[in-house]
Design a protein around this ligand. Sequence first.
Ligand code: AMP
Length: 192
Amino acid sequence: MLNLILGGAPGSGKGTISDIIVQNYGLTHISTGDVLRAEIASGSELGKEIDALISKGNLVPDDKMIAIINKFLDSLGVDCKGVIFDGFPRTVAQAEALTELLERRRMHITMLDLFATEETIIARLLNRGKTSGRADDNLETIQKRLAIYHEQTQPVAGYYLKRHQYFFINANINPDVTFAQVQTILELIDKH
Ligand code: AMP
């Protein structure tokens, strides 16, 4: 199984690159942001609580996120070629919980950390905001999400770096250049 975490700030290209990896490697993709937005769209009480957090750029509590991932892992069939976590883990506590969930299932993981400059990120998200309909793709919320990313999510990279499960990727140019780096890394992983 090839199991990947796509890390990186909002707007670094996690969704775009996930789609390309899925097309080329047939992995099963979970975007925790998409799962949360689906819960909001369902109109449930939980969805309302989540909406209040997401629309202000805040993170959803770790326990709720870990429960979502546990359910996702339980749903995988025997023919699953591997998974891509897009937008998870976003805190070190989530990363620690994921390690436990994966160890229980004898699954190994590698983090691909997408890097783009703040200038690129803001331009991409404002552009996406024109069509995404996402309440959090506006300048004020983008800045809040970036601050939260630096404070709470960036330490996740150190967690995987220390565990020798980390690769840095320049995602500042375009999806082709980003994916070419991903392919090189996946070939390397495959040989080990
Ligand atoms: P995304 O679609 O990945 O940009 O996520 C959109 C929003 O969903 C984030 O700004 C958070 O509010 C929430 N979210 C997504 N994934 C997580 C996570 N792993 N932990 C906490 N909140 C999350």
